[in-house]
Design a protein around this ligand. Structure first.
Ligand SMILES: *Cc1c(COP(=O)(O)O)cnc(C)c1O
Length: 402
């Protein structure tokens, strides 16, 4: 077998997760594992807990880590927060709300759904109504996907908090921030979110493999009261000073060292600047899509501009478009990886990830390659998508520091 040729230059990763890992994070992970009793292990864990709490803007919650992906921490909140015979209300956002709902049902819990309106964020009035209809208070928690990574739509969490309050219902407010943390504002305490679930491989700029749940006192007490059988996922023993108990076994030390470094990078940049950078990068993508859609074939999936996520943009394509072929041209011939659309949107669009360790240079390169690949595939694009992104960048710069 011959060795495949080396591909020169950087390959650009614009999937909405996993996302590129900064060199500082890669270097931080390149170390020998430590003895479990080494106080340096505890120091790494404490730095991750504190750095994440700052990012989540919570002082009230504890952070529990799992050696898992996002699906693992979905399971953790189901097993801890929904008692046997109880229900979860899952407002429809698309692929990710439906996947979480299906997993909840697979674990033997009832799910109440609000309808998913394609192209639109969650309707808060439907959440209030579903809670009012639950007179017996069987709904133990509302599971909200903040940014649905398939649709590229971010729902308004403050409006959802108000919708739960308006129903005067005791359900816990649980938010999936897997795709939104460090890209969209999220203030856990101000929202009175009872739990937040996240994972390492998206806005946190780490490899996949660490999930977390931030849990406030009402949610922790609900877990303590909940008789559902569980062991690895149980919150209760994780509230411990001993790292072996915090992780129900050996902590993923090297991944945590990477997370510690990533959190340091984010806090050194400053959360307001991190969020402003994501808005800027989303603005470049939006400008390009505005140009492309003049060709009559492509469009934003998100109908309402305010709901377009700062993390990922979903672009619809005409029926019959071979999205996989489009992605293959960009990935194999031009070194830019972007994503297809998932679940009910499969084959109907593509997604450009712009979260994590990204900058204008990379985004402009990505957009230029996407435009070239669209041309290669004969998909009509309005002239000047990339040009609009360039002008948008210049305009944002002239109108003051981000
Ligand atoms: C990626 C993602 C998940 C699932 O995470 P995995 O690590 O792939 O299990 C859950 N929710 C959202 C919003 C996501 O973007």
């Amino acid at each position: 077998m011959t060795t495949p040729p080396r591909i020169p230059g950087r390959r650009f990763l614009h999937s909405p997760g996993p996302t590129p890992v900064p060199d500082e994070v890669l270097h931080a992970m390149s170390r020998q594992p430590m003895d479990m009793g080494d106080p340096r292990v505890d120091a790494v864990i404490a730095a991750c807990e504190n750095g994440l709490k700052r990012l989540l803007q919570t002082e009230a919650a504890d952070v529990f880590f799992y050696a898992s992906n996002g699906h693992g921490v979905w399971e953790a909140v189901v097993q801890n927060l929904i008692p046997p015979g109880g229900a979860a209300l899952v407002p429809g956002t698309g692929h990710f709300s439906e996947s979480w709902a299906v997993q909840t049902e697979a674990l033997g819990r009832r799910v109440v759904r609000t309808p998913w309106h394609e192209g639109w964020p969650i309707d808060p009035a439907a959440v209030t109504q579903a809670l009012r209809d639950d007179r017996a208070h069987e709904i133990a928690a509302v599971f909200v996907v903040h940014t649905d990574t398939s649709s590229g739509i971010t729902s308004d969490l403050a409006a959802l908090r108000a919708a739960i309050d308006a129903a005067d219902h005791p359900a816990l407010f649980v938010v999936d921030v897997v795709a939104s943390l460090a890209a969209e504002p999220f203030d856990m305490d101000a929202l009175r979110a009872d739990a937040a679930v996240g994972a390492s491989q998206k806005g946190l700029m780490c490899p996949p493999g660490v999930g977390f749940v931030a849990v406030n006192a009402p949610a922790f007490e609900a877990a303590q009261r909940n008789p559902a059988p569980r062991y690895y996922w149980d919150f209760v023993p994780r509230k411990s000073g001993l790292s072996y108990r915090k992780f129900c076994g050996t902590p993923p030390q090297n991944l945590l060292a990477g997370l510690q470094a990533a959190l340091q990078l984010l806090h050194r940049e400053g959360l307001p600047n991190v969020l402003a950078r994501h808005r800027q990068l989303a603005g470049l993508v939006h400008a390009a899509v505005e140009g492309w859609r003049d060709g009559g074939a492509l469009d934003f999936f998100a109908r309402e501009p305010a709901s377009r996520s700062s993390a990922v943009t979903t672009v619809t394509v005409p029926p019959g478009t071979d999205v996989d072929a489009l992605r293959a041209v960009a990935r194999e011939d031009f070194q830019v990886a972007f994503a297809g659309a998932l679940g009910p949107l499969h084959g109907r669009g593509f997604r450009i990830g712009h979260l994590g360790d990204q900058n204008p240079a990379g985004l402009l390169g990505c957009l230029a390659v996407v435009e070239a690949a669209l041309c290669v595939q004969g998909i009509p694009v309005g002239a000047g998508g990339v040009q609009r992104a360039v002008l948008a960048l210049a305009q944002m710069e002239r109108s003051g520091p981000r």
